[in-house]
Design a protein around this ligand. Structure first.
Ligand code: CO
Length: 139
């Protein structure tokens, strides 16, 4: 089942600059930076709230690192802004299958590896009222 919002994914031109904005403006703590080669992005995660448990919510900042990445194409078309919403689930495989049976197309089928050692898939925005939706299971 889906239990929480894991993160909001925001595409930006410069992750470092965006991190500084979220730290200075809202006081969010930078907890993780990673280049995800398979998706052609550099990611920074900022934790929202101070619980410190593994199930916090995050702002995920994404900067393309390759011109041929999907996020690069998205940035060219839309400019910086909100890119996707990610729901946390304890079993992304089961959740993906359940939604597939409802006619919602997963983009990674089966789910693949995300940042932080997570297991993820995305759901096609055309099947989700225009919202690119991610499902995340923590390691
Ligand atoms: Co994400």
């Amino acid at each position: 089942m889906i239990g929480r919002i894991d993160h909001i994914g925001i595409v930006c031109r410069d992750v470092d600059e965006a991190v500084e904005f979220y730290r200075a403006t809202y006081g969010f703590e930078l907890t993780h930076v990673e280049v995800i080669e398979s998706q052609g992005v550099r990611e920074a995660m900022l934790r929202v709230g101070a619980t410190g448990d593994g199930a916090a919510s995050y702002i995920q900042l994404l900067e393309p690192v390759r011109a041929d990445s999907a996020v690069s194409a998205w940035l060219e078309r839309h400019g910086p802004g909100v890119h996707h919403i990610a729901f946390g689930t304890d079993d992304v495989d089961a959740e993906s299958e359940r939604l597939k049976a409802r006619g919602i197309r997963p983009i990674f089928d089966p789910p693949g590896t995300g940042s932080r050692g997570t297991k993820v898939t995305f759901l096609h925005p055309r099947d989700c009222l225009g919202v690119l939706t991610e499902l995340v299971t923590l390691p």
